[in-house]
Design a protein around this ligand. Structure first.
Ligand code: GTP
Length: 603
């Protein structure tokens, strides 16, 4: 296929607007897969994806389509469907010349539609607007067209109306892709230049990359070099996804395909990296950045005897997911474990769900936190601090306030779209989460869009659920990285009978200190069983006690229900009680069951 007969495109949509369904229909219509009931979402390959109905890992497929006497190669470049993966979305888009912007004709434009539109618009990609689900009784095509016109300046006559479910209008989508999208600007005779826009792990063959060939050709035996790592590899196999790997001799400029070259881990195949022929360097493609974890959490086996099994499961998953960062961690209460960094909350959920589903591991995940930056006064003279600014991933490592000159926290710019009848409650929700309103506008006569800057920490736990619940599910939410902002942060410690418990340490904004401390103290009070003596629970800010509560003394008499009875039965009950005690952790003289920690630390 010469470049003029190639079209590279993505489908971008808000979650559930029908991207996977449309992809399946395109594959069927072009004969790439046969029409059958089993075809439900061929491209969503992970079990979690099928269960949750979301795309986590992008999958790409090539389609061959005959249109007016000419045969075209259409490369459908799938994108992950969630904010956590917006960097991957933007990389996938770099491999395209255009996008199908899919909008549910009933729900209309949602937060992710807006975010995705701008990703494509900023890249000067041609946008094919498509209304999906027009078969639905509640479809409101006119209103949604009006939203698209006012927000994106898209004329009604350019908007296609389809039903991916019923398969109506699929030919119109293919026609628009061929007629409206430009072909890739590609030069087969120039030196090799290719973009890695996705990678995954295969047990037998190592890392497999999806690549878009910008210039040149690539085939078995070509010596290639990664611009990011500087490592050289020999190409073992190339081909196209049709829809699974199908080997071809050579990939040419303008094409999209896969590459196997002896990379052992997906970490070597960084998304966004440029590869070129060894000894023939080219200017790398702009915009590359290594994946940056923003949400950190401790992960521990429920039972320490499963430690090594869990380690090997995590190692296997990491082979496939280069964006997770790992550090070994240990906790007096939870034992040996790890501190893992994720792109976002969904990424974390997906990872733990895969551990459970694919490796049958039972794990405890601690409440997540974000990376804070702290500037240290006179860091040069303090041995443990290498630089003036340090990043804190674990709250118990927060330095003493007397040596801190400034703290900052990661913030995000979010888009919230809601029916205006919920305006009041949405506003109070974002104010309670320290959100700063940047902009607001009506996208049609009853829907409003807010642009709000949030501290990331305020939205990583239960924000989305709360937003959904106060708006009866009508609001949508999306966010992008917005750097760091200076903030008044403090560390709160928790003590049991005067002894500080490290893993309960919490970093929070000064305005939230009391509220958060009260919550943790109440949880501890509920979770720690009464003991033979009184237990004082305290929340402390430096030496100041913020909140205090006590658990009254009590003796659990395990023999109470044993009237008379024989001695062996009594011994057995006492032995069981002793066993139970072993599972407790001692803090000073206080016994704390592991479950109590879990209930406080868990998200
Ligand atoms: P993500 O992968 O999470 O982004 O979701 P998606 O956009 O791929 O959505 P998906 O294709 O999974 O469709 C979501 C739901 O909408 C499914 O239950 C589909 O059956 C349904 N759906 C998709 N297209 C249509 C349509 O044209 N009409 C109707 N009535 N339902 C549709």
């Amino acid at each position: 296929f010469s470049p003029d007969r190639i079209r590279n495109f993505s489908i971008i949509a808000h979650i559930d607007h029908g991207k996977s369904t449309l992809a399946d229909r395109l594959l069927e219509y072009t004969g790439t897969i046969s029409r059958s009931a089993d075809n439900k979402q061929v491209l969503d390959k992970l079990q979690v994806e099928r269960e949750r109905g979301i795309t986590v890992k992008a999958q790409t497929a090539s389609l061959i389509y005959q249109y007016q006497d000419t045969t075209y190669l259409l490369n459908l470049i799938d994108t992950p469907g969630h904010v956590d993966f917006s960097y991957e979305v933007s990389r996938s888009l770099s491999a395209c010349q255009g996008v199908v912007l899919l909008v549910d004709a009933n729900q209309g434009v949602q937060a992710q539609t807006v975010a995705n539109f701008y990703l494509a618009f900023e890249r000067d990609l041609v946008i094919i607007p498509v209304l999906n689900k027009i078969d639905l009784k509640g479809a409101r095509p006119d209103e949604v067209c009006q939203q698209m016109e006012s927000l994106f300046d898209i004329g009604k006559s350019d908007i296609l109306q389809i039903s991916a479910k019923l398969g109506t209008g699929i030919d119109l989508v293919l026609k628009a892709i061929i007629e409206r999208l430009p072909c890739p600007q590609a030069d087969r005779n120039a030196p090799l230049k290719a973009l890695i826009f996705d990678s995954w792990y295969d047990k037998w063959r190592g890392a497999i990359s999806s690549i878009a060939l910008i210039d040149g050709t690539i085939k078995k035996g070509t010596k290639i070099k990664s611009n990011y790592t500087g490592k050289v590899y020999e190409v073992q196999e190339t081909g196209i996804m049709y829809p699974n790997e199908q080997e071809t001799n050579t990939l040419y400029a303008g094409q999209v395909g896969y590459l196997i070259c002896g990379m052992k881990m997906t970490k070597e195949a960084q998304i966004g990296d440029t590869i070129y022929q060894d000894m023939v360097p080219v200017k790398s493609l702009p915009g590359f950045k290594p994946a940056k974890p923003m949400v950190f959490a401790g992960i521990y086996p429920v039972d320490q005897s499963e430690y090594s099994a869990l380690r090997s499961a995590i190692e296997k998953l990491l082979l496939n997911d280069s964006s997770v960062s790992v550090n070994i961690d240990s906790s007096a209460a939870l034992g040996q474990g790890w501190r893992l960094g994720f792109l976002g909350l969904l990424h974390m959920d997906v990872f733990s769900q895969r551990l459970e589903q694919e490796y049958d591991a039972s794990v405890i995940i601690t409440s997540p936190n974000v990376p804070y930056k702290v500037k240290i006064i006179g860091a040069k003279n303090i041995k443990q601090y290498k630089g003036e600014e340090i990043t804190i991933l674990n709250p118990s490592h927060f330095p003493d306030p007397s040596i801190i000159s400034e703290c900052s926290e990661p913030v995000v710019l979010s888009t919230i779209i809601t029916p205006d009848s919920y305006m009041g409650s949405v506003t109070s929700l974002f104010l309670s989460r320290r959100g700063q309103l940047k902009d607001q506008l009506y996208i049609d006569n009853k829907r409003i869009m807010f642009k709000v800057v949030f501290p990331l920490n305020e939205i990583i736990v239960d924000f989305f659920d709360e937003l959904k619940s106060i708006t009866s599910g009508y609001a949508s939410f999306d966010y992008e990285d917005y750097g760091y902002e200076s903030a008044n942060l403090v560390k709160v410690d928790f003590a049991l009978n005067g002894l500080i418990v490290d893993e309960l340490a919490m970093i929070c904004h000064s305005s939230k200190v009391l509220e958060n401390s009260k919550r943790v103290v109440a949880k501890l009070k509920e979770a720690i069983p009464r003991q033979l003596f009184e237990i004082a629970i305290q929340a402390k800010l430096s030496s100041k006690i913020l909140v205090r509560d006590t658990i009254k003394a009590y003796r659990k008499d395990v023999l109470a229900k044993c009237y008379g009875g024989d001695i062996t039965r009594k011994m057995k009950l006492l032995r069981q009680q002793a066993e139970g005690k072993k599972k407790m952790k001692r803090y000073g003289n206080v016994d704390v069951p592991k479950d109590a920690f879990i209930s406080v630390l868990k998200k």
